[in-house]
Design a protein around this ligand. Structure first.
Ligand code: MN
Ligand code: MN
Length: 453
Protein backbone atom coordinates (compact mmCIF):
# COMPACT_ATOMS: atom_id res chain seq x y z
CA UNK A 1 0.00 0.00 0.00
CA UNK A 2 1.35 3.41 -0.93
CA UNK A 3 1.68 6.03 1.78
CA UNK A 4 1.33 8.79 -0.80
CA UNK A 5 -1.81 10.94 -0.86
CA UNK A 6 -2.87 10.60 -4.47
CA UNK A 7 -6.14 11.86 -5.98
CA UNK A 8 -7.85 10.72 -9.16
CA UNK A 9 -10.29 12.21 -11.66
CA UNK A 10 -13.73 11.33 -10.32
CA UNK A 11 -15.54 10.54 -13.56
CA UNK A 12 -13.32 7.52 -14.22
CA UNK A 13 -14.56 5.87 -11.04
CA UNK A 14 -18.35 6.19 -11.46
CA UNK A 15 -20.58 3.17 -12.08
CA UNK A 16 -23.29 3.39 -14.76
CA UNK A 17 -25.97 3.69 -12.08
CA UNK A 18 -24.09 6.53 -10.37
CA UNK A 19 -23.61 8.28 -13.70
CA UNK A 20 -27.35 8.08 -14.38
CA UNK A 21 -28.13 9.46 -10.92
CA UNK A 22 -25.65 12.32 -11.46
CA UNK A 23 -27.14 13.20 -14.84
CA UNK A 24 -30.71 13.25 -13.48
CA UNK A 25 -29.74 15.36 -10.47
CA UNK A 26 -27.92 17.88 -12.68
CA UNK A 27 -30.87 18.14 -15.07
CA UNK A 28 -33.14 19.01 -12.11
CA UNK A 29 -30.52 21.45 -10.87
CA UNK A 30 -30.36 23.23 -14.26
CA UNK A 31 -34.15 23.57 -14.28
CA UNK A 32 -34.05 24.95 -10.73
CA UNK A 33 -31.48 27.69 -11.40
CA UNK A 34 -33.04 28.61 -14.74
CA UNK A 35 -36.32 29.29 -12.90
CA UNK A 36 -34.84 30.68 -9.68
CA UNK A 37 -32.67 33.63 -10.69
CA UNK A 38 -32.98 35.58 -7.43
CA UNK A 39 -33.25 34.52 -3.78
CA UNK A 40 -37.00 35.13 -3.60
CA UNK A 41 -37.56 32.76 -6.52
CA UNK A 42 -35.17 30.20 -4.99
CA UNK A 43 -37.25 30.29 -1.80
CA UNK A 44 -40.55 29.96 -3.69
CA UNK A 45 -39.27 27.00 -5.72
CA UNK A 46 -37.75 25.35 -2.64
CA UNK A 47 -40.98 25.73 -0.64
CA UNK A 48 -42.91 23.98 -3.41
CA UNK A 49 -40.43 21.11 -3.45
CA UNK A 50 -40.47 20.93 0.37
CA UNK A 51 -44.26 20.78 0.53
CA UNK A 52 -44.28 18.01 -2.05
CA UNK A 53 -41.80 16.14 0.17
CA UNK A 54 -44.09 16.41 3.20
CA UNK A 55 -42.61 19.45 4.94
CA UNK A 56 -45.07 21.75 6.74
CA UNK A 57 -44.68 25.40 7.75
CA UNK A 58 -43.27 25.75 11.25
CA UNK A 59 -45.10 28.06 13.64
CA UNK A 60 -43.34 29.09 16.85
CA UNK A 61 -44.55 26.95 19.74
CA UNK A 62 -45.63 24.01 17.58
CA UNK A 63 -45.06 20.68 19.32
CA UNK A 64 -42.47 18.48 17.62
CA UNK A 65 -41.49 14.83 17.61
CA UNK A 66 -38.99 12.59 15.82
CA UNK A 67 -39.68 12.30 12.11
CA UNK A 68 -41.46 15.68 11.82
CA UNK A 69 -40.59 17.66 8.68
CA UNK A 70 -40.80 21.44 9.01
CA UNK A 71 -39.73 24.61 7.22
CA UNK A 72 -39.60 28.28 8.09
CA UNK A 73 -39.81 30.86 5.32
CA UNK A 74 -37.86 33.94 6.45
CA UNK A 75 -39.58 36.87 4.73
CA UNK A 76 -39.58 35.14 1.36
CA UNK A 77 -35.80 35.49 1.05
CA UNK A 78 -34.35 32.85 3.32
CA UNK A 79 -35.47 29.32 4.12
CA UNK A 80 -34.78 26.93 7.00
CA UNK A 81 -35.81 23.28 6.94
CA UNK A 82 -35.53 20.56 9.56
CA UNK A 83 -36.23 16.86 9.95
CA UNK A 84 -36.47 16.04 13.65
CA UNK A 85 -34.13 13.21 14.69
CA UNK A 86 -34.53 10.40 17.18
CA UNK A 87 -31.56 11.46 19.38
CA UNK A 88 -32.12 13.99 22.21
CA UNK A 89 -31.99 17.51 20.72
CA UNK A 90 -29.24 18.55 23.18
CA UNK A 91 -26.90 16.09 21.45
CA UNK A 92 -26.81 18.47 18.50
CA UNK A 93 -28.04 18.88 14.93
CA UNK A 94 -26.46 18.08 11.57
CA UNK A 95 -26.61 21.37 9.66
CA UNK A 96 -25.90 22.20 6.02
CA UNK A 97 -25.92 25.93 5.24
CA UNK A 98 -25.73 27.46 1.76
CA UNK A 99 -26.71 30.82 0.28
CA UNK A 100 -29.22 31.57 -2.47
CA UNK A 101 -28.35 35.19 -3.31
CA UNK A 102 -25.90 35.82 -6.16
CA UNK A 103 -24.03 38.81 -7.58
CA UNK A 104 -26.31 40.89 -9.78
CA UNK A 105 -27.42 44.42 -10.62
CA UNK A 106 -30.26 46.08 -8.69
CA UNK A 107 -32.42 49.04 -9.71
CA UNK A 108 -31.90 52.20 -7.68
CA UNK A 109 -34.96 53.40 -5.75
CA UNK A 110 -35.54 56.18 -8.31
CA UNK A 111 -34.43 54.29 -11.43
CA UNK A 112 -36.51 55.40 -14.40
CA UNK A 113 -35.33 58.15 -16.76
CA UNK A 114 -35.37 59.21 -20.39
CA UNK A 115 -32.34 60.52 -22.22
CA UNK A 116 -32.24 61.44 -25.92
CA UNK A 117 -35.49 59.55 -26.55
CA UNK A 118 -34.24 56.33 -24.98
CA UNK A 119 -35.60 55.06 -21.67
CA UNK A 120 -33.27 53.52 -19.09
CA UNK A 121 -32.99 52.27 -15.50
CA UNK A 122 -30.29 53.55 -13.13
CA UNK A 123 -28.71 50.70 -11.17
CA UNK A 124 -26.20 49.77 -8.50
CA UNK A 125 -24.55 46.40 -8.21
CA UNK A 126 -25.07 43.73 -5.57
CA UNK A 127 -22.06 41.65 -4.52
CA UNK A 128 -18.63 41.47 -6.12
CA UNK A 129 -18.86 41.86 -9.89
CA UNK A 130 -16.38 42.72 -12.61
CA UNK A 131 -18.37 45.58 -14.14
CA UNK A 132 -16.97 45.11 -17.65
CA UNK A 133 -18.65 41.66 -17.84
CA UNK A 134 -22.21 43.04 -17.73
CA UNK A 135 -22.65 45.31 -20.80
CA UNK A 136 -23.74 43.85 -24.16
CA UNK A 137 -25.34 40.69 -22.78
CA UNK A 138 -29.08 39.83 -22.66
CA UNK A 139 -30.67 40.66 -19.30
CA UNK A 140 -33.89 39.85 -17.44
CA UNK A 141 -35.73 41.73 -14.69
CA UNK A 142 -36.92 39.90 -11.57
CA UNK A 143 -38.29 40.97 -8.22
CA UNK A 144 -41.20 42.61 -6.48
CA UNK A 145 -42.95 45.93 -6.16
CA UNK A 146 -44.57 46.40 -2.73
CA UNK A 147 -47.52 48.76 -2.85
CA UNK A 148 -48.76 51.09 -0.12
CA UNK A 149 -51.94 49.02 0.30
CA UNK A 150 -49.79 46.08 1.47
CA UNK A 151 -50.07 44.05 -1.73
CA UNK A 152 -46.94 42.82 -3.48
CA UNK A 153 -46.62 42.60 -7.25
CA UNK A 154 -44.22 39.99 -8.61
CA UNK A 155 -42.15 40.93 -11.65
CA UNK A 156 -40.43 38.43 -13.93
CA UNK A 157 -39.62 39.57 -17.45
CA UNK A 158 -37.27 37.80 -19.85
CA UNK A 159 -37.59 34.24 -18.57
CA UNK A 160 -40.20 33.10 -21.11
CA UNK A 161 -39.40 32.49 -24.78
CA UNK A 162 -41.61 35.32 -26.07
CA UNK A 163 -40.72 37.83 -23.31
CA UNK A 164 -38.71 40.94 -24.19
CA UNK A 165 -35.23 41.23 -22.66
CA UNK A 166 -33.01 44.17 -21.76
CA UNK A 167 -29.34 45.16 -22.04
CA UNK A 168 -26.61 47.48 -20.84
CA UNK A 169 -24.91 49.09 -23.82
CA UNK A 170 -21.16 49.30 -24.44
CA UNK A 171 -19.00 51.38 -26.78
CA UNK A 172 -18.10 50.01 -30.19
CA UNK A 173 -14.35 49.28 -30.55
CA UNK A 174 -14.14 51.89 -33.34
CA UNK A 175 -14.90 54.63 -30.79
CA UNK A 176 -13.46 52.87 -27.74
CA UNK A 177 -9.94 54.27 -28.01
CA UNK A 178 -10.01 56.19 -24.72
CA UNK A 179 -12.02 53.50 -22.93
CA UNK A 180 -9.55 50.79 -23.96
CA UNK A 181 -6.61 52.61 -22.37
CA UNK A 182 -8.29 52.42 -18.94
CA UNK A 183 -7.78 49.61 -16.44
CA UNK A 184 -10.36 46.83 -16.42
CA UNK A 185 -11.62 48.15 -13.09
CA UNK A 186 -12.22 51.61 -14.58
CA UNK A 187 -13.18 50.88 -18.19
CA UNK A 188 -16.84 50.47 -17.27
CA UNK A 189 -17.94 52.65 -14.35
CA UNK A 190 -20.73 51.74 -11.90
CA UNK A 191 -22.82 54.68 -13.09
CA UNK A 192 -22.50 53.41 -16.68
CA UNK A 193 -24.47 50.24 -15.86
CA UNK A 194 -27.72 51.73 -17.15
CA UNK A 195 -30.27 49.26 -18.46
CA UNK A 196 -31.94 50.07 -21.79
CA UNK A 197 -35.69 49.42 -21.56
CA UNK A 198 -37.46 51.36 -24.34
CA UNK A 199 -37.40 53.70 -27.34
CA UNK A 200 -41.05 54.13 -28.41
CA UNK A 201 -42.61 57.54 -27.67
CA UNK A 202 -46.22 58.12 -26.60
CA UNK A 203 -48.03 61.32 -27.57
CA UNK A 204 -46.97 63.01 -24.32
CA UNK A 205 -45.33 66.42 -24.71
CA UNK A 206 -42.35 65.74 -22.44
CA UNK A 207 -40.39 62.50 -21.82
CA UNK A 208 -42.65 60.70 -24.27
CA UNK A 209 -40.69 57.42 -24.25
CA UNK A 210 -40.68 57.28 -20.45
CA UNK A 211 -44.40 58.12 -20.43
CA UNK A 212 -45.03 55.19 -22.76
CA UNK A 213 -43.01 52.80 -20.54
CA UNK A 214 -44.91 54.00 -17.47
CA UNK A 215 -48.24 53.34 -19.14
CA UNK A 216 -47.08 49.82 -20.13
CA UNK A 217 -45.95 49.16 -16.55
CA UNK A 218 -49.25 50.48 -15.26
CA UNK A 219 -51.15 48.18 -17.60
CA UNK A 220 -49.13 45.08 -16.64
CA UNK A 221 -48.53 45.66 -12.94
CA UNK A 222 -50.83 48.49 -11.85
CA UNK A 223 -47.84 50.52 -10.67
CA UNK A 224 -46.83 54.19 -10.93
CA UNK A 225 -43.37 55.76 -10.93
CA UNK A 226 -43.44 56.42 -7.17
CA UNK A 227 -43.91 52.69 -6.51
CA UNK A 228 -40.28 52.01 -7.50
CA UNK A 229 -39.46 53.54 -4.10
CA UNK A 230 -40.70 50.34 -2.42
CA UNK A 231 -39.55 47.86 -5.05
CA UNK A 232 -36.77 45.30 -5.15
CA UNK A 233 -36.00 44.73 -8.81
CA UNK A 234 -32.97 42.77 -9.91
CA UNK A 235 -31.26 42.66 -13.30
CA UNK A 236 -29.86 39.19 -14.04
CA UNK A 237 -28.48 37.43 -17.13
CA UNK A 238 -31.07 36.14 -19.60
CA UNK A 239 -29.80 32.69 -20.44
CA UNK A 240 -30.80 29.24 -19.20
CA UNK A 241 -28.40 26.90 -17.42
CA UNK A 242 -27.31 24.13 -19.76
CA UNK A 243 -24.82 21.38 -20.48
CA UNK A 244 -21.33 22.59 -21.34
CA UNK A 245 -18.69 20.73 -23.36
CA UNK A 246 -18.95 18.16 -26.18
CA UNK A 247 -18.96 15.50 -23.45
CA UNK A 248 -21.69 17.34 -21.47
CA UNK A 249 -19.61 16.90 -18.33
CA UNK A 250 -20.10 20.48 -17.15
CA UNK A 251 -22.88 23.02 -16.55
CA UNK A 252 -22.79 26.68 -17.56
CA UNK A 253 -25.23 29.17 -16.11
CA UNK A 254 -25.85 32.24 -13.98
CA UNK A 255 -25.89 32.34 -10.18
CA UNK A 256 -24.27 28.99 -9.48
CA UNK A 257 -22.48 30.60 -6.51
CA UNK A 258 -24.10 29.37 -4.38
CA UNK A 259 -27.22 27.66 -5.73
CA UNK A 260 -24.92 24.85 -6.88
CA UNK A 261 -24.52 23.99 -3.20
CA UNK A 262 -27.98 25.13 -2.08
CA UNK A 263 -29.81 22.81 -4.47
CA UNK A 264 -27.87 19.63 -3.52
CA UNK A 265 -28.30 20.53 0.18
CA UNK A 266 -32.03 21.00 -0.36
CA UNK A 267 -32.36 17.71 -2.23
CA UNK A 268 -30.46 15.90 0.51
CA UNK A 269 -32.81 17.12 3.26
CA UNK A 270 -35.93 16.51 1.16
CA UNK A 271 -34.81 12.89 0.81
CA UNK A 272 -33.85 12.58 4.49
CA UNK A 273 -36.15 10.40 6.59
CA UNK A 274 -35.79 9.29 10.20
CA UNK A 275 -32.30 10.70 10.89
CA UNK A 276 -30.61 10.04 14.22
CA UNK A 277 -29.52 13.65 14.72
CA UNK A 278 -31.96 16.39 13.77
CA UNK A 279 -31.16 17.43 10.18
CA UNK A 280 -31.23 21.15 9.36
CA UNK A 281 -30.81 22.92 6.01
CA UNK A 282 -30.34 26.69 5.86
CA UNK A 283 -30.70 28.60 2.60
CA UNK A 284 -29.48 32.08 3.46
CA UNK A 285 -29.71 35.43 1.73
CA UNK A 286 -27.23 38.37 1.70
CA UNK A 287 -24.03 36.30 1.75
CA UNK A 288 -22.65 38.28 -1.18
CA UNK A 289 -22.83 41.53 0.81
CA UNK A 290 -21.54 40.23 4.14
CA UNK A 291 -24.47 38.16 5.50
CA UNK A 292 -26.05 41.32 6.97
CA UNK A 293 -29.75 42.02 7.43
CA UNK A 294 -32.70 40.00 8.75
CA UNK A 295 -32.41 37.38 6.02
CA UNK A 296 -28.61 37.02 6.22
CA UNK A 297 -26.74 34.36 8.21
CA UNK A 298 -25.95 36.85 10.99
CA UNK A 299 -29.69 37.29 11.62
CA UNK A 300 -31.23 36.08 14.88
CA UNK A 301 -33.96 34.47 12.76
CA UNK A 302 -31.76 31.36 12.60
CA UNK A 303 -31.14 31.33 16.38
CA UNK A 304 -34.84 31.70 17.01
CA UNK A 305 -35.74 28.81 14.69
CA UNK A 306 -33.16 26.58 16.39
CA UNK A 307 -34.12 27.69 19.90
CA UNK A 308 -37.80 27.01 19.21
CA UNK A 309 -36.90 23.48 18.07
CA UNK A 310 -34.66 22.93 21.11
CA UNK A 311 -37.26 24.18 23.61
CA UNK A 312 -40.09 22.26 21.98
CA UNK A 313 -38.08 19.06 22.36
CA UNK A 314 -37.06 19.80 25.96
CA UNK A 315 -33.51 21.03 25.24
CA UNK A 316 -31.60 24.30 25.20
CA UNK A 317 -30.12 26.36 22.38
CA UNK A 318 -26.74 26.43 24.18
CA UNK A 319 -26.44 22.65 24.23
CA UNK A 320 -27.88 22.27 20.76
CA UNK A 321 -25.34 24.65 19.20
CA UNK A 322 -22.40 23.32 21.25
CA UNK A 323 -23.00 19.77 20.01
CA UNK A 324 -23.98 20.55 16.42
CA UNK A 325 -21.92 20.22 13.28
CA UNK A 326 -22.31 22.52 10.27
CA UNK A 327 -21.20 21.99 6.72
CA UNK A 328 -21.03 25.51 5.33
CA UNK A 329 -21.69 24.62 1.71
CA UNK A 330 -20.26 27.29 -0.55
CA UNK A 331 -18.33 27.24 -3.79
CA UNK A 332 -14.57 27.49 -4.16
CA UNK A 333 -12.43 28.72 -7.03
CA UNK A 334 -11.50 25.94 -9.45
CA UNK A 335 -8.01 25.76 -10.92
CA UNK A 336 -8.06 27.48 -14.30
CA UNK A 337 -5.25 26.41 -16.68
CA UNK A 338 -5.49 29.79 -18.41
CA UNK A 339 -4.66 31.60 -15.14
CA UNK A 340 -2.40 29.21 -13.20
CA UNK A 341 -0.44 32.07 -11.62
CA UNK A 342 -3.11 32.94 -9.00
CA UNK A 343 -3.29 29.48 -7.46
CA UNK A 344 -0.85 27.22 -5.67
CA UNK A 345 -1.20 23.92 -7.50
CA UNK A 346 -0.75 21.57 -4.54
CA UNK A 347 -3.60 23.22 -2.60
CA UNK A 348 -6.11 24.17 -5.26
CA UNK A 349 -9.52 22.77 -6.22
CA UNK A 350 -9.90 20.99 -9.54
CA UNK A 351 -13.01 20.30 -11.60
CA UNK A 352 -14.14 16.65 -11.29
CA UNK A 353 -12.22 15.94 -8.08
CA UNK A 354 -15.29 16.16 -5.87
CA UNK A 355 -16.63 18.37 -3.11
CA UNK A 356 -13.93 20.77 -2.02
CA UNK A 357 -13.17 21.12 1.70
CA UNK A 358 -11.68 24.38 2.86
CA UNK A 359 -10.15 24.42 6.32
CA UNK A 360 -9.29 28.10 6.13
CA UNK A 361 -12.10 30.30 4.81
CA UNK A 362 -12.36 34.03 5.06
CA UNK A 363 -8.59 34.21 5.07
CA UNK A 364 -6.58 36.79 3.26
CA UNK A 365 -2.93 35.93 3.53
CA UNK A 366 -3.34 34.52 7.03
CA UNK A 367 -4.91 31.59 8.85
CA UNK A 368 -8.64 31.66 8.33
CA UNK A 369 -11.41 33.56 10.00
CA UNK A 370 -13.32 30.31 10.47
CA UNK A 371 -10.46 27.86 10.79
CA UNK A 372 -12.01 24.40 11.20
CA UNK A 373 -10.02 22.42 13.78
CA UNK A 374 -7.93 19.41 12.79
CA UNK A 375 -10.43 17.25 14.71
CA UNK A 376 -13.35 18.61 12.67
CA UNK A 377 -11.47 17.99 9.41
CA UNK A 378 -10.76 14.41 10.54
CA UNK A 379 -14.47 13.89 11.36
CA UNK A 380 -15.45 15.07 7.89
CA UNK A 381 -12.81 12.85 6.22
CA UNK A 382 -14.28 9.88 8.07
CA UNK A 383 -17.98 10.50 7.28
CA UNK A 384 -17.23 11.34 3.64
CA UNK A 385 -15.06 8.25 3.13
CA UNK A 386 -17.67 6.04 4.81
CA UNK A 387 -20.38 7.42 2.51
CA UNK A 388 -18.20 7.11 -0.60
CA UNK A 389 -18.08 10.89 -1.15
CA UNK A 390 -15.20 11.99 -3.32
CA UNK A 391 -13.62 15.10 -1.81
CA UNK A 392 -10.58 17.33 -2.19
CA UNK A 393 -8.90 19.88 0.06
CA UNK A 394 -8.12 23.41 -1.09
CA UNK A 395 -7.32 27.00 -0.29
CA UNK A 396 -8.72 29.87 -2.33
CA UNK A 397 -5.73 31.06 -4.33
CA UNK A 398 -2.16 31.88 -3.40
CA UNK A 399 -1.47 33.22 0.08
CA UNK A 400 -1.04 36.88 -0.91
CA UNK A 401 -3.46 36.86 -3.85
CA UNK A 402 -6.71 37.84 -2.08
CA UNK A 403 -9.34 35.54 -0.61
CA UNK A 404 -12.99 35.27 0.21
CA UNK A 405 -15.30 34.39 3.07
CA UNK A 406 -18.69 32.80 3.50
CA UNK A 407 -21.29 32.00 6.15
CA UNK A 408 -18.95 29.55 7.94
CA UNK A 409 -17.62 32.20 10.32
CA UNK A 410 -21.10 33.16 11.50
CA UNK A 411 -21.83 29.52 12.34
CA UNK A 412 -18.52 29.16 14.17
CA UNK A 413 -19.31 32.32 16.17
CA UNK A 414 -22.41 30.54 17.47
CA UNK A 415 -20.23 27.80 18.99
CA UNK A 416 -21.02 25.35 16.19
CA UNK A 417 -18.18 23.22 14.78
CA UNK A 418 -18.11 24.25 11.13
CA UNK A 419 -16.22 23.48 7.98
CA UNK A 420 -16.54 25.07 4.57
CA UNK A 421 -17.09 22.70 1.63
CA UNK A 422 -18.57 23.01 -1.82
CA UNK A 423 -18.37 22.87 -5.58
CA UNK A 424 -15.32 24.29 -7.45
CA UNK A 425 -16.38 26.97 -9.97
CA UNK A 426 -14.71 28.48 -13.03
CA UNK A 427 -15.43 32.18 -13.73
CA UNK A 428 -16.95 32.60 -10.26
CA UNK A 429 -19.14 35.75 -9.93
CA UNK A 430 -19.27 36.20 -13.72
CA UNK A 431 -22.71 36.39 -15.40
CA UNK A 432 -21.98 32.87 -16.69
CA UNK A 433 -20.28 30.46 -14.28
CA UNK A 434 -19.07 26.91 -14.97
CA UNK A 435 -19.06 23.81 -12.74
CA UNK A 436 -18.54 20.07 -13.27
CA UNK A 437 -21.54 17.76 -12.87
CA UNK A 438 -19.45 15.28 -10.89
CA UNK A 439 -18.74 17.89 -8.21
CA UNK A 440 -22.44 18.82 -7.96
CA UNK A 441 -23.24 15.14 -7.44
CA UNK A 442 -20.56 14.75 -4.77
CA UNK A 443 -21.80 17.83 -2.92
CA UNK A 444 -25.26 16.24 -2.82
CA UNK A 445 -23.73 13.05 -1.44
CA UNK A 446 -21.71 15.08 1.06
CA UNK A 447 -24.88 16.74 2.39
CA UNK A 448 -26.51 13.31 2.69
CA UNK A 449 -23.48 12.01 4.57
CA UNK A 450 -23.75 14.91 7.04
CA UNK A 451 -27.46 14.22 7.61
CA UNK A 452 -26.76 10.56 8.29
CA UNK A 453 -23.64 11.11 10.43
MN1 MN B 1 -20.71 31.90 -2.20
MN1 MN C 1 -19.84 34.63 -3.92
Amino acid sequence: MSLFYQQKHGLTELSDAERAEMTALCKDYCDFITKAKIEREAVAESVQLAQAAGFVPYVSGMSLKAGDRIYYNNRGKGLMLAVIGTDPIDSGAAIVAAHIDAPRIDLKQNPLYESEELCLFKTHYYGGIKKYQWPAIPLELHGVVALKDGSVVTVSVGNQADDPIFTITDLLPHLGKDQMTKTMAEGVQGEALNVLIGSQPSDAEKDAVKANILSLLNESYGIEEEDFISAELCVVPAFPARDLGFDRSMIGGYGQDDRVCAYPALRAILECTAPRRTAVCILADKEEIGSEGVTGMKSKAFDRFMEDIAVSLGGTLRALFANSFCLSADVSAAFDPTYPEVTEKRNTARLNYGVCLCKYTGSRGKSGASDASAEVVAFVRRIFDEANVKWQMCELGKVDQGGGGTVAMYMAERNIDTIDAGVPVLSMHAPFETVAKFDVYMTYRAAKAVYHS
